[in-house]
Write a protein that binds this ligand. Structure first.
Ligand code: FRU
Length: 492
């Protein structure tokens, strides 16, 4: 594993030519995704500035060009008309000011007229490497012209530690006020969210207080990427509490989850209605972000980083790492967040593979890029994905009717990684298993259970021969190869 010096990690990109060879190598990787957003080279992490604007969906991602390392971060810009097909537009925000000299960190976007306002964390480090976080603003004009505001909107709050970042901008109509929520850490090392408000997007931002979330005062030591969304009559606080172990999640200590409840912006109190739930039951999902300006009532769209902090992946050696999840539509049912893949994904289906007479237990080919739908009658189920030609090994999905529990196990894959996080993940299904919708890209699998009741998102790295699948149970199987939807062009 390569050891990165600080100079290497924080090297600034001077000329796009510097990336040419690396992109050639990355582009030909067997694990390169076809319909997921992934970095042109290097490392992708959080989705940023997700917003609907001027008839398009804009999205930016945290990007470190040099390899699978969290070094100097940029915002890379991608755009889509339909949330399915994405085009690369190139770097949007670079760390080129004193206040963001060591990284343009995560944030969000708000459209005003023809312009997009981008709110982000300027990660500044002094010469002695002391960190200071600034909340900064840039304006992206329709013609692509970018203007950073000369000074940050506000600096760090001295009553908290240096960990203050990830501004999420929200407009609350009833109070005619804009709010920025940022993730932070108290001096006693507990995670929290800080709230700032203003009547104006550009000026007059004031600290209004720490978000009160009764019962969650000591929950993780830092909250990354907090946001509050309104879905129907329900508010939901989505955040990433760090350095906390949760049952059934091995030694993984970075989680992305949510609490349903009611938000009172005047009193800065989020009153939970229930407990903390994991957003995604798979192995690799973090830093979820909801789009701003979705502009349809009771509607929210979420996308997340298909990766985790502090872990390594097999493609690290190929100088790239990570991708984003598929965008998902959110709703609330039975006091749970429901996530459905956005409907436009059906457009990617090629001619259906004829499986109407599929017999339980038969081994069939598994395309590297495909979608499966499985309809079950009550009973135990076992599904091997990426199995060998005899139907053994690979990623197994099992459902026990007795326990009413679904389990995925990636321990049977030839290439294992991050084993300390555990090899299995489970979720109870009180109403049984009825339906699975599975999206397979070359190095990822997203399993939507019972129409969005639970999602398991994971990276997988199939080796030679792991190219078959087998289902056992009372099942009807459908399968489609999928078209590519995310272009892999080196646009800088
Ligand atoms: C979450 C995070 C954010 C930060 C960004 C830096 O993954 O650590 O809190 O802004 O990544 O890349």
């Amino acid at each position: 594993m390569k050891e990165w010096t600080r100079e290497e990690r924080y090297r600034t990109l001077k000329d796009p030519q510097e990336l040419w060879d690396m992109h050639e190598e990355v582009r030909t990787s067997d694990y390169r995704q076809q319909f997921h957003i992934q970095s042109i080279t290097g490392l992708i992490n959080d989705p940023n500035g997700f917003v609907r604007h001027n008839e398009s969906w804009h999205l930016f991602y945290q990007w470190c060009p040099w390899g699978a390392v969290h070094g100097l971060k940029y915002w890379y810009h991608v755009v889509s008309k339909d949330l399915v097909n994405w085009k690369n537009l190139g770097i949007c925000l670079m760390p080129d000011r004193e206040y963001d000299n060591k990284g343009v960190y995560s944030g969000s976007a708000m459209p005003i007229g023809e312009d997009l306002y981008l709110y982000y964390t300027g990660n500044h480090r002094d010469e002695d490497w002391t960190r200071h976080a600034y909340t900064c603003l840039a304006r992206l004009k329709k013609d692509g012209w970018l203007e950073k505001y000369p000074l940050p909107l506000f600096g760090e709050n001295k009553n908290y530690t240096e960990h203050q970042r990830d501004p999420k901008i929200t407009y609350i109509k009833e109070l005619d006020t804009y709010y920025i929520m940022i993730g932070a850490q108290t001096k006693k090392h507990y995670g929290c969210a800080l709230v700032y408000s203003s009547k104006d997007l550009l000026h007059g931002w004031n600290f209004v207080g720490e978000l009160k979330v009764p019962g969650f005062e000591k929950f993780g030591d830092m909250w990354e990427c907090p946001c509050i969304e309104r879905i129907g009559e329900q508010d939901v606080l989505i955040f990433c509490p760090q350095h906390l172990l949760l049952p059934g999640r091995g030694q993984s200590d970075n989680h992305n989850g949510y609490i349903l409840g009611t938000m009172d912006w005047e009193n800065l109190t989020f009153t939970p209605d229930g407990s903390f739930h994991v957003l995604d039951f798979g192995f690799d999902s973090y830093a979820a972000a909801c789009a701003n300006n979705v502009n349809r009532d009771n509607h929210a769209v979420l996308i997340a980083w298909m990766g985790l902090p502090d872990v390594t992946y097999p493609t690290d050696e190929e100088n790239w790492s990570g991708c984003l999840t598929l965008p998902r539509e959110l709703s609330v049912r039975d006091r749970r967040l429901i996530q459905r893949p956005i409907s436009g994904l059906k457009e990617l289906r090629e001619k259906e593979i004829e499986l109407s007479d599929y017999q339980s237990g038969t081994v069939i080919d598994l395309p590297r890029v495909c979608e499966m739908e499985l309809y079950f009658r009550p009973g135990d189920v076992s599904l091997q994905l990426f199995a060998d030609k005899n139907g053994n090994g690979g990623l197994s999905i099992t459902y026990s009717e007795l326990l009413k529990e679904i389990m995925i196990d990636r321990g049977g894959m030839k290439t294992t990684f991050n084993e300390a996080h555990g090899l299995t993940r489970t979720r109870t299904l009180p109403n049984g298993l009825k339906h699975l919708r599975i999206f397979i890209d070359r190095s990822s699998v997203e399993i939507f259970v019972n129409d969005g009741d639970a999602v398991f998102t994971s990276r997988i790295f199939p080796a030679d021969g792991e190219a078959f699948t087998k289902v056992t149970g009372d099942v009807y199987v459908r399968m489609w190869p999928l078209k590519a939807a995310c272009e892999d062009l080196l646009i800088v």
